[in-house]
Design a binder for this molecule. Structure first.
Ligand code: ZN
Length: 560
């Protein structure tokens, strides 16, 4: 998901208010750490892989939904095929509490169930033995949550197209797929495959993820059947309903030709057929640096939507206005006139987030920080210029606020989608590259991390294990400073006629990061500590902290 710009301030103000409330009650390890979101009972049920959830693994979701567009309501059933990991008599499945459950069935029998917030505890009449494959079906209906500010405050967007016709889309990263269909709503609970059957008025088209299998017309309504044959995050499963037409294209790789059938409003067909060509360059770039696109069986497509866009797997949604300079987001997030910011960002998530998924949403810098960082690498590659990549990162730097750590608490359904996850996350990666100071190893780290964890899960610890394997250096102190503390290291320094003095401030005690200085134009690597160190200089030497390579704050100490 792209970073929100306006509403983030609301969250900061909220954090400030919480800090005022809570700062006296808890001792913080790093002084000015702000409070992370409060753990609500619902987030406890949803964020945690408790016994009723870890007891089974979902292998397949069969989603069937009939849309009543006038009433903005849905009526459907989802069959969940799963594997029991222990002998079980009951399990937890998740569905937003505002949606009503008509019944839950298993082998034709109705099962009893109880609900607590968004959790549904289903009781089976008999024990399902360990290692069994079983299924159950949840029949439900209701008016799903509308999106206040999609995709950041998600839900259904009930909109109209330019010709005044209905146009509907869903986005739910953070809110969870349970706001519109029942599932095991934990970030690690991906089905191996998913079937979606969306029934809509016959004059409209329903577009889902993956490939279109069939269209069945039943008079007033038509059912569009879509299929994803790969593991997919629940929040990536989507539906778009409108007067769509397909823009048929292909992506050629080696001797293989892959489907690239985009969906846009009928009046944008010609425009999109030219503009969406950019996505091929994006895919080639990501494959070069981060390994193969993982979803060729499901194709790749862009789908026009009435909100900014989202990284829905194999069905990336797009609402940036088809303009590199004047799109909704292009003005605030310019890309040197060479790329649509939405297309690169959301398509890049096919690698960061969709293929390699965080083990807990608190580690979501693996989706967003790496994504923004990869955009800097795109410019470095495109313009064959490290400096352009640095320039790009510099345009984002003033959005970093250093108020809460990038990684917060696990198991609390904390989607750490705040600004520092994006911007600081990117800067932390840039800094680590400068620390390692070996681009061959650095790019191997990135590519191997992505390919070894492809279609899998990883967290901050896994990333630094990879770094350790490749460099032989333990950079956990670096992770502790930059991911688990909100504090930006400061290099305090001053100079005399003969000597340059420097030390770290605002850092953890174990922070031992090397840093490069420019001493009269010559690079010098130093190893600051929290105690002053110094080296000899000539009178009036010019010394610069290379803060375009390291996320540190230079702080000159002047004598009074
Ligand atoms: Zn994103």
């Amino acid at each position: 998901m792209y970073l929100k710009q306006g509403p983030i301030m609301k969250k900061i103000i909220f954090s400030l208010a919480l800090l005022t409330l809570l700062s006296c009650q808890e001792e913080r390890p790093h002084g000015n750490q702000y409070e992370l979101p409060e753990l609500t009972p619902n987030n406890y049920l949803i964020g945690n892989l408790n016994d009723n959830r870890s007891s089974y693994r979902v292998s397949f979701y069969d989603i069937n939904i009939d849309f009543d567009i006038e009433k903005k309501s849905i009526d459907g059933y989802v069959t969940i095929k799963a594997e029991s990991l222990i002998d079980l008599n009951s399990l937890q499945v998740d569905l937003a509490e505002n949606l009503s459950i008509k019944k839950v069935t298993h082998k034709g029998d109705e099962l009893s169930f109880s609900r607590e917030y968004d959790a549904v505890l289903v009781d089976f009449n008999s024990t399902i033995k360990k290692d069994s494959i079983f299924d159950f079906t949840v029949f439900y209906q209701g008016i799903p949550q509308s999106a206040d500010n999609p995709p950041w405050a998600g839900g259904f967007t009930w909109s109209k197209d330019k010709d005044g016709r209905d146009w509907i889309a869903v986005s739910c990263e953070g809110e969870g797929a349970r706001i519109w269909w029942p599932n095991k709503d934990h970030i690690t609970a991906e089905g191996d495959s998913v079937r979606m059957a969306y029934t809509v008025p016959s004059n409209m088209v329903a577009v889902g993820n993956g490939k279109l299998r069939s269209i069945v017309n039943n008079g007033d309504k038509s059912t569009y059947e879509w299929f994803v044959s790969n593991p997919i995050n629940n929040y990536n499963i989507s539906v778009q309903i409108g007067n769509y037409v397909a823009v048929q294209d292909t992506f050629i790789k080696g001797d293989k030709i892959h489907d690239m059938n985009h969906y846009v409003m009928d009046y944008n067909k010609e425009l999109a057929s030219n503009y969406f060509n950019q996505s091929k360059e994006v895919i080639r770039f990501y494959e070069k640096y981060f390994g193969d696109y993982q979803w060729y069986e499901d194709g790749y497509k862009l789908i026009e939507v009435p909100y900014l866009g989202m990284e829905h797997q194999s069905a990336v949604t797009y609402g940036n206005g088809f303009s590199i300079y004047n799109g909704v987001r292009s003005k605030s997030w310019p890309m040197y006139g060479v790329m649509d910011p939405l297309i690169i960002h959301e398509t890049g998530h096919e690698w960061f987030g969709n293929s390699v998924t965080a083990t807990d949403p608190t580690h979501i810098w693996i989706h967003e920080g790496l994504q923004v960082y990869s955009e800097a690498i795109y410019f470095e590659d495109k313009f064959k210029s490290y400096e352009v990549g640095v320039h790009y990162l510099n345009t984002l730097k003033n959005r970093i606020v250093n108020e809460i750590p990038i990684v917060g608490r696990e198991n609390e359904n904390h989607w750490a989608l705040h600004g520092d996850t994006y911007m600081k996350g990117a800067w932390v990666m840039h800094t680590l590259r400068s620390v390692i100071k070996n681009d061959k190893i650095w790019f191997e780290i990135l590519k191997e991390f992505m390919t070894e964890n492809a279609k899998g899960f990883a967290n901050t610890n896994d990333f630094f294990k990879k770094v350790y394997n490749k460099t032989g250096e333990d950079y956990w102190y670096f992770a502790q400073q930059y991911f688990y503390s909100p504090n930006q290291p400061e290099l305090e320094y001053y100079q005399t006629d003969e000597e340059f003095y420097y030390r770290w401030n605002n850092v953890n005690d174990n922070f031992t990061m090397p840093l490069d200085l420019l001493v009269n134009g010559r690079e010098l690597r130093v190893l600051p500590t929290k105690e002053y160190k110094s080296f000899k200089i000539t009178k009036h030497s010019q010394i610069e902290v290379m803060d375009w390579k390291f996320y540190v704050q230079p702080k000159e100490i002047t004598s009074n």
